[in-house]
Write a protein that binds this ligand. Structure first.
Ligand code: TYM
Length: 326
C-alpha cells in the first residue's frame, strides 16, 4: 500500500489555504493509503513562542484535523515531539545537506525577513522536514504548492545519503492538488494566504462565522476592468475567487468564469460555497473541543504506531551511517 506522510504546524488558526491546499486531500487519501499525519510542533518552535502556545495549539490543531475528516482509526495522527526519532534523524540529515542548499530555500528567505531573532533552527528546518518524511519510507507527500521546494530538497538529501551510505531511504513524491494548491490572501492577492502574513481581513479562518466569511469575501480586492476571467497573472484577485469557488465546488475555475458577468455575484456565490463547506467542520470541531482528554489519548495511540516504524528506520540509519551499537 502507498505510504503517505504530511505535516502541519500548530501555529495560529488554521485557514482556508491549509484546508484546500492540504488537509482536505489528507482526509481523502487516508482511505486509500497507509497514511501518517503529523502535528509538527518542533517546526513551530523555530520561531520563538510562549510555551503554552505550542501545547494548546497542538491539541487544537489535532482536533481541527479530526474535524476536517481525519479518522485516527483509519490513519495515524500524532505529534512530532512525541516521536523522538524526528529530532535524531533531523540532526543526521543536517549533516547531509549543505549550507548552500539551505541558503536557497525561499521560505527561509521570506520568514527570516519577518523576524528579529532568526534561529539556527529556522535555517536548518528543511532537514527536520526531510527527517519527518524519510522516517516513514514515504511514497507520497500531499502538500500545497508552497512546499514543493521542501520536497525537492528532501529527495536530494535522501539520494545523497543513499549514495554515500547505501540504500536507506525511499524517495518521496509531492502530491499537489489541481485546485486549491495556492489560495491567495483576499486583500493582497499576489501573496499566499498565510498565518504569518498578519492579514486578518485577507485570511479566512476555518472557524470564522458565516457573517465574517461573507464580509471578508465581499470586500476582497479585485480590479477595475469589470471582466470575470481566470487569469492569475493579470487578474489575481478575481482568479483567486474563481479558484476558491472551483475548489469548494469541485469545478474548473476557467469554466466557472464564463457563468459570471459581475464581481458581486461571483463574490456572493464564493462566500456561500465557503460557508457551506466549513459549516460541518465547525460543528464537528465544537464537539471535539469538549473532550481534550480523548484527543490526547488518541494522539498517544498515534505516536505509538508512528514510533514503531520510526525506530526501525533509525536502526537502519545508524547501522548504515556506521555508528557504534549501543
Ligand atoms: P504549514 O503548516 O505552513 O501548512 C500546512 C499545509 O497547508 C498548505 N498551505 C496552503 N495551501 C494552499 N494555499 C495556501 N495559502 C496555503 N498555506 C498553507 C501547505 O502547503 C502545507 O501542505 N513545512 C510545513 C510543515 C511540515 C511538513 C513536513 C509538510 C513539516 N514537516 C513533512 C509535509 C511533510 C509547513 O510549514 O506547512
Amino acid at each position: 500500500m502507498t505510504r503517505v506522510f504530511s505535516g502541519i504546524q500548530p501555529t495560529g488558526e488554521q485557514h482556508l489555504g491549509n484546508y484546500l491546499g492540504a488537509t482536505r486531500n489528507w482526509a481523502r487519501m487516508q482511505r486509500t493509503s497507509d497514511a501518517f499525519f503529523c502535528v509538527v510542533d518542533l517546526h513551530a518552535v523555530t520561531i520563538p513562542k510562549a510555551p503554552g502556545e505550542v501545547r494548546d495549539g497542538s491539541l487544537r490543531l489535532a482536533q481541527m484535523l479530526m474535524a476536517v475528516g481525519l479518522d485516527p482509526e483509519t490513519c495515524t495522527l500524532f505529534v512530532q515531539s512525541h516521536v523522538r526519532e524526528h529530532a535524531e534523524l533531523g540532526w543526521i540529515l543536517q549533516c547531509n545537506v549543505s549550507y548552500g542548499e539551505l541558503s536557497r530555500m525561499t521560505q527561509f528567505k521570506d520568514k527570516s525577513g519577518r523576524h528579529d531573532f532568526i534561529s539556527a533552527g529556522l535555517f536548518t528546518y528543511p532537514a527536520l522536514q526531510a527527517a519527518d518524511i524519510l522516517l516513514y519510507d514515504t511514497n507520497e507527500v500531499p502538500v500545497g504548492d508552497d512546499q514543493r521546494q521542501h520536497i525537492e530538497i528532501t529527495r536530494d538529501i535522501a539520494e545523497r545519503f543513499n549514495s554515500r551510505f547505501g540504500e536507506t531511504f525511499v524517495l518521496p513524491e509531492a502530491v499537489i492538488p489541481a485546485a486549491g494548491a495556492r489560495v491567495m490572501d483576499l486583500q493582497r492577492p499576489t501573496d499566499k494566504m498565510s498565518k504569518s502574513l498578519d492579514s486578518p481581513k485577507g485570511t479566512i479562518g476555518l472557524l470564522d462565522e458565516p457573517g465574517q466569511i461573507m464580509k471578508k469575501i465581499k470586500s476582497a480586492v479585485t480590479d477595475n476592468d469589470g471582466v470575470v476571467r481566470f487569469d492569475p497573472e493579470q487578474k489575481p484577485g478575481v482568479s483567486n475567487l474563481l479558484s476558491i469557488l472551483g475548489a469548494a465546488t469541485d469545478r474548473e475555475p476557467a469554466a466557472l468564469a464564463e457563468q459570471y458577468e459581475q464581481y458581486g455575484a461571483l463574490k456572493s456565490d464564493t462566500a456561500d460555497a465557503v460557508i457551506a463547506l466549513l459549516e460541518p467542520i465547525q460543528a464537528r470541531y465544537r464537539e471535539l473541543e469538549a473532550d481534550p482528554g480523548e484527543t490526547a489519548r488518541l494522539l498517544r495511540v498515534g505516536a505509538d504506531k508512528a514510533r514503531a516504524i520510526a525506530t526501525d528506520t533509525m536502526d537502519r540509519v545508524r547501522s548504515n551511517l556506521g555508528l557504534l551499537d549501543a
